[in-house]
Design a protein around this ligand. Structure first.
Ligand code: 0X9
Ligand code: ZN
Length: 423
């Protein structure tokens, strides 16, 4: 009865955060809680709560591995939230006391006018694209631009192919499908730069042995929106036909086991809304068509995400079965994880199948490539951290994160090659 009363009073609550004169949504005193879930009832309560009110934003869905949920709570809701946690006996911890403070700290003073592109701050879409143009101009013989397609708002989704000769096997990297995961495009641009400029033998080997297809910012509309309006935006920006909530989770919109097994939501207001139909989003549709057009050219597919420090293999759509080459995927994963663990930072990644380690997520790009295009080495990489900063990873951690990616990637591709998946 007590729960019903609490839930009933929640439904009437309005908008999530306040907009100040900059036109940007502010997150003053919004806190992120880590909830330790010990039974199904607790999980049901948390999920119901978060789906009922915009005052809650799930940062991390319930994970099998850690049995945790991370949720951002509006300060106006905090009292009620704490009461509910107590009533339900859910043990909890504050991960981030004030999200706005992290967002403010993230904006390093150099602003937009520093002339050289680097990896000490985050960049907006136009800056990333200008940098990309400079790369095409500087390395015309080994780079080539490709266009994945057009976003809902009419932006071009751009990619770079890096190739040192004909007849090389390809590796495809899709990054920033989730708008707020800024570390992903920062890592993708770093990776592009290393492939083109590094003198390290192993990196040169990686660059020159394969054809690289890299899309540094896939969800261009969402990314732009996360910079100009709402730092915490995740989805695409296409309005819904009948609901005022905007956007679809691009990583639930692919036509492979779409909307199956509770691995996505049919509610347009959910952060994991799968869309009304598979490939409702022009971005996901365009990527699928582009990937089909080059399907005989690539063997490995990687999707960059944050956060959690995971290397996740298929399946995402089902925890009931594992792919036939699961052991190989685990072995490749171990190579990646161990290489990163052995670095000076000592960062721990965990590898495993998505649905058994993390949660069931259906209609993802990685599963679509694995299941429908039959590419048997496909992973989601979830970058730093494990929740201390979450999506708002401080600029000082960009470079360390990128170095980890570089080391992890060398090990991952080497093992993929050894096991015969790429030549
Ligand atoms: O839920 C997701 O889409 C990813 N996590 S995130 O926190 N970045 O949103 C995980 C995707 C898992 N991959 C597959 N389903 N293959
Ligand atoms: Zn993501």
């Amino acid at each position: 009865m007590r729960f019903i009363w609490l839930f009933a009073s929640l439904v009437v609550l309005a908008s999530a955060a306040t907009i100040k004169d900059t036109g940007k949504l502010r997150f003053d005193n919004h806190s992120v809680y880590k909830l330790k879930i010990s039974n199904k009832l607790q999980l049901a309560i948390v999920n119901k709560l978060c789906s009922l009110s915009e005052k809650y934003d799930i940062w991390k869905d319930y994970e099998e591995y850690s049995k945790e949920v991370h949720v951002m709570v509006n300060p106006a809701e905090l009292n009620r939230f704490q009461i509910l946690l107590k009533l339900a006996g859910i043990s909890n911890e504050v991960l981030i006391p004030n999200v706005q403070k992290l967002i403010d700290d993230e904006q390093v003073p150099s602003g937009r006018d520093s002339s050289t592109f680097g990896w000490t701050r985050y960049y907006e879409l136009d800056e990333i694209e200008a940098w990309l143009d400079s790369i095409f101009a500087a390395y015309p013989s080994v780079t080539e631009e490709f266009t994945v397609g057009q976003s809902y708002e009419g932006r071009r989704i751009r990619g770079i192919k890096i190739s040192h000769g004909t007849n090389k096997r390809g590796i495809f990297i899709e990054s920033n499908i989730h708008a707020r995961e800024w570390i992903t495009s920062a890592s993708a641009t770093y990776f592009i730069n290393e492939l083109l400029t590094s003198q390290d033998t192993e990196v040169r080997n990686l660059a020159e042995s394969y054809d690289w297809y890299i899309v540094p910012v896939f969800n261009v509309d969402g990314f732009e929106y996360s910079h100009t309006k709402n730092r915490m935006w995740r989805k695409t920006r296409q309005p819904h036909a009948t609901n005022s909530c905007i956007g679809v989770d691009g990583n639930r919109n692919f036509d492979s086991h779409w909307l199956e097994n509770n691995g996505a939501s049919s509610n347009p207001c959910s952060e994991t809304f799968a869309g009304d139909v598979a490939f409702s989003e022009p971005e996901a549709k365009a990527l699928s068509e582009y990937l089909i057009s080059i399907q005989d050219k690539f063997d490995v597919y990687l999707s960059f995400h944050s956060y959690g420090q995971w290397l996740l293999s298929p399946y995402g759509h089902s925890a009931e079965e594992l792919p036939e080459n699961y052991d190989d995927l685990q072995e490749i994963g171990t190579a990646f994880v161990d290489a990163i663990q052995n670095m000076v930072y000592g960062t721990t990644y965990v590898r495993g199948s998505t649905a058994t380690t993390l949660y069931v997520a259906s209609g993802s790009s990685v599963d679509w490539v694995f299941n429908e295009l039959d590419k048997k080495v496909a992973y989601t990489i979830e970058y730093r951290d494990t929740g201390r900063y979450g999506f708002v990873l401080p600029p000082a951690q960009i470079k360390p994160n990128c170095e980890e990616l570089m080391t992890g990637m060398i090990a991952l591709i080497k093992k993929t090659n050894e096991l015969g998946y790429i030549v």
